[in-house]
Write a protein that binds this ligand. Sequence first.
Ligand SMILES: [Zn+2]
Length: 264
Amino acid sequence: MAAEPLISTQLWSAIIDSPLSKLTEIVPPPKKPKGVGTAAQWSKAESELGISLPDDYRQFIETYGSGLFAGFYVIYSPGEKSPYSNLVKRQKLMQPIYESHEDRPYAVHPERPGLLVWGADENGNYYYWLTKGTPDKWTVVAEHGREEEFDHHKCSMVKFLLGVQQLKIRALAKGYPPLIMRCPNEGCCGWALGSHGDNDEWHCEACAYDWSDRASFEEAIAEAIEKHAHRRACYVKKKGHFYPADREKEPSNYKKLVSKEFDE
Ligand SMILES: [Zn+2]
């Protein structure tokens, strides 16, 4: 008799097609996630908050840990020792501040539905669950730190973070998530940093050159690949825009070829 598989095909495909699994393809998780916390710490946090936390959040923390995520977000966890990124401590800190604001568009936890904070970002924006319905139905509210404006995203926390990385949800920060490509300037084998936005600047640290927007940066790429065959392998064109190609496709003597460009 054949052995029973440990995981059914159905369950397995649910795991590999999950938003979290898609997220790990874009943002590689750390080898040792920190602040994951013990089962006892999670139970204690849930009893202190008087609420169960969403499964996708728990799986996210088990995968990525707490703290900095994708170079921009700071995610809180019940297992985090630091008061800056401990979920319960942050919520207790936030609650009186938020309650003191007049004209608030949402109630705050423990009121239901209310805002329960799960993270922040490097620009001082805050991210909450709106605790409406069962935890798997909770949606995301993003607060623009400076303007006290709120965006409601009707998806879970992990789907929100995935949407930002997939460029389906617009991040609150200009120029996020960043995009890195080979600098197209002649003789420079450095990397230029910019974003998926049309109006953000592009900059190469190596040759200290700036392009005012994506269009002028892409014009420079078009010229570079027209002029030098070895530059073509650095970029792929999708839907009218250049993106970085797989680095392994670059010629192994790329740096040498670039250094000789002025002689061509
Ligand atoms: Zn450069």
